[in-house]
Design a protein around this ligand. Structure first.
Ligand code: ADP
Ligand code: MG
Length: 712
């Protein structure tokens, strides 16, 4: 249903642009650039200030500088030391001379180009040896014969005298080619871009139009402030950021409108089960847990369904809050469904919930994909009849054949692993049941409000008492023996340890082998202890047995791939070793480390890294050793990775950002959030003709992910 919208011109292929043949096209594709619009919204990675042309005598070196001059001499030479051939050019501008060197060149071509007497601009990082100046492989722009240098730049040069955009590249795509392509796209198509933000908001926030903003980010005016440009705080970029946030927030506001009006199942609190549970728990709830529970109670007692997100760092105790909420639902003669992303986690939740529910005379069941068909069938029947109070499971719970007698509360654990869709499916299994989703992904509050605009937010910002930070150490592979002696020390004290190997690609057998081989070696290394192995290819029963044995303390060392990443809770495990730590992302490392430090024992984490490691890899490990704070880690993650898909916008079914950076631009998000929610809640927004364009654009950005209903 390709509609002819004014933007269709911009949807055309990049192959229409000058300089884009099939080869360049496929390279652009690697950068995610397919249409002309994609080109326009791919902003420069940075800028190069070419406004100031220096005298040769003023060149200081240490950064790229621009100078001009006349060629005094040129020719081939041989280095004294290695007798390598090189091409040398001497340039003078009257103030001083500089020696230019090329080590790769075609002699004939060079001789022709660098004829004595020609004038040119040069861009290079200059080296200084005393009073001598030298530059290797400078960028050269020749100046037309007979022209005065000062005028020449304005007439002939595309870059000298300007602030030059520098684009992100991929192999085989040269900066000059990229600049040419972008220049062409901007000059021919930027004017076609339309602004869709309502005028009153545009003028209130002083926003540039989209066309002007796109022009200005790619082609900054010569009097622009370079510091703002480099920091991404130039008005043009900020206008584009605002635009993205505005439509994100507007869509979220619409979703929220849709949610609030539905009638729910108002619960009553009679404490029939919650009170006895509190007595069964071996600990008291923290203040944060109690506060969040209070927020949940308020929600479920209201006439509308609850839609609440609990955010709490790993180990903050989200599970027990969920259990309390579940009991309130059961007190109201409703069933509860809990969905977890992995079988191991579902199994663990089931064990814990069943332990308490059993003592309260209630019935829980575990639904996993690997259940034999006959058992599945009985399970379905018991759920449909209402005999079962609480169902725990993986995606299996979401299947069509699972029909509830009366679902009153749906709980989604580790929300970041699921999308909006799964949430919707779960909701449809009852008549507007209450919904509770839990995540350990820490995100700033406004951001959470916007991203999960249809959810209310509760934060568990306190860890249970007695928790100590996990002391974290990074070591290189050759120091593994030291790590093992630390492991031995823990085991002798009766504690347990995890050893984790990366699983880069699930289809790759070699990684699995790493864990299997690792387990074998550890058995030799620790003959007096039992070593278990856990990986994604084991059957559910095998995994289950291994996990149970580890929990019961029958196994002291659990070797594993990342299947233990989310949620596993064994408080007696106090040490975790992560092999090839550089291969993991920060969020993953934080989750893995969260497996220890769950009891009273002092806990440690060893990150074993290869000698060969990227700068980003090193930075990640450094962050891990510096802090245990999930929020700081998330911030660092964003800084290192850039905006990327940090909160899983794609998975969450949200429009993707092309320009905005969720953390860096948090202030703009505040503004856009305020404006969008105000507009969405104004009475005429869904009907007034003057907002037709805004509504159309909103639909377009959100694709099929947003239903605009006029609910009055
Ligand atoms: P997460 O928020 O990561 O899901 P869990 O719910 O798995 O964390 O809780 C982590 C551990 O803390 C569990 O062993 C749990 O029993 C324990 N715990 C939870 N709440 C408290 C509390 N108030 N006091 C002491 N321990 C607690
Ligand atoms: Mg958890």
């Amino acid at each position: 249903m390709a509609k002819t919208t004014p933007s269709s011109v911009l949807q055309q292929s990049v192959s229409l642009l000058h300089g884009v043949g099939p080869a360049v096209q496929s390279r652009l594709q690697k950068l995610g650039i397919e249409s002309i619009e994609d080109v326009l919204f791919q902003l420069p990675a940075r800028y190069e200030d070419r406004r100031v042309v220096k005298k040769i005598a003023e060149l200081r070196g240490g950064e790229r500088e621009i100078f001009s001059g006349e060629i005094l001499a040129a020719g081939e030479a041989t280095t004294r030391s290695s007798r390598r051939k090189l091409f040398e050019v001497i340039v003078s501008d009257g103030s001083s001379q500089i020696l230019l060197k090329w080590f790769q060149y075609k002699t004939v071509w060079m001789k022709k180009r660098f004829a004595v007497g020609r004038k040119a601009f040069f861009v290079a990082e200059v080296k200084r040896f005393g009073s001598q100046r030298e530059a290797h492989h400078p960028e050269v722009e020749f100046i037309k014969e007979n022209s005065v240098i000062e005028d020449a730049c304005l007439e002939n040069s595309l870059s000298i005298g300007t602030i030059l955009p520098v684009y992100p590249l991929t192999e085989g795509l040269h900066q000059k080619t990229a600049q040419k392509i972008w220049r062409d796209a901007v000059s021919r198509f930027a004017d076609d871009l339309q602004s869709h933000i309502p005028e009153e908001i545009q003028s209130k926030r002083g926003l540039m139009t989209t066309a002007a903003a796109v022009q200005a980010v790619h082609n900054p005016a010569a009097d622009s402030r370079i510091d703002l440009l480099q920091a991404g705080r130039n008005p043009a970029r900020l206008a584009l950021v605002y635009d993205e946030f505005f439509f994100l927030a507007l869509g979220m506001a619409m979703k929220r409108r849709g949610v609030v009006i539905a009638p729910g199942i108002p619960f009553k609190l009679d404490h029939q089960f919650t009170k006895p549970l509190a007595a069964l728990l071996p600990y008291k709830l923290t203040n944060a847990q109690r506060r969040v529970l209070g927020e949940i109670k308020r929600d479920v007692m209201s006439p509308h369904p609850m839609n609440r997100l609990i955010q709490g760092d790993v180990g903050s105790g989200k599970t027990i809050v969920a259990l309390m909420a579940a009991l309130i639902a059961i007190e109201n003669c409703c069933q509860v469904a809990i969905v977890a992303p992995t079988e191991i986690l579902a199994e663990q939740h089931f064990t814990e919930f069943n332990f308490y529910l059993g003592q309260l005379g209630l019935k829980a069941i575990l639904l996993s994909g690997s259940l034999p068909p006959a058992e599945k069938k009985t399970a379905y029947e018991r759920i449909a009849s209402g005999e079962i109070d609480l169902v725990v499971g993986t995606h299996a719970v979401l299947q069509q054949c699972v029909i509830f007698h009366r679902l009153g509360l749906g709980i989604v654990d580790e929300q970041h692993r699921f999308g909006v869709k799964q949430r919707a499916v779960l909701k449809q299994k009852g008549e507007n049941p209450h919904l509770l989703v839990m995540t350990a992904t820490p995100i700033p509050r406004t951001l959470a409000l916007t991203l999960y605009g249809d959810l209310s937010l509760s934060v568990i910002d306190e860890l249970p008492p007695g928790r100590q930070t996990v002391q974290t150490t990074t070591v290189t592979e050759n120091r593994r023996a030291d790590v093992y002696s630390a492991v031995r020390h823990e085991l002798m004290a009766g504690r347990q340890a995890y050893i984790v190997y990366p699983l880069v690609d699930e289809s790759e057998k070699s990684d699995l082998q790493a864990a299997t081989v690792g387990a074998q070696q550890l058995k030799t290394e620790f003959p007096d202890y039992r070593v278990g192995l856990l990986h994604g290819r084991m059957s559910a029963e095998q995994k289950d047995a291994e996990m149970k044995a580890f929990k019961a303390g029958l196994i002291q060392i659990l070797v594993s791939t990342t299947v233990i990443e989310v949620g596993i809770d064994v408080p007696n495990a106090t040490l975790i070793v992560i092999e090839h730590a550089e291969r993991f992302g920060l969020a993953q490392l934080h989750q893995l480390r969260g497996r220890v430090g769950r009891g009273e024992g002092k806990s440690r984490c060893f990150l074993i890294r290869s000698k060969q490691i990227s700068d980003d890899g090193l930075k990640r490990l450094q962050v891990m050793t510096e802090t245990n704070d999930g929020f700081r880690i998330a911030e660092a993650d964003l800084e290192i990775r850039g905006p990327g898909d940090f909160i899983g916008t794609r998975q969450a079914g949200l429009p993707e950002f092309r320009v905005a950076n969720l953390l860096r631009d948090a202030r703009i998000l505040d503004d856009a959030h305020e404006d969008a929610f105000e507009l969405a809640n104004s009475p005429g927004f869904l009907t007034a003709p003057e907002y037709e364009d805004v509504r159309q654009e909103l639909k377009r950005r959100w694709g099929g992910r947003l239903e605009l209903v006029n609910s009055g």
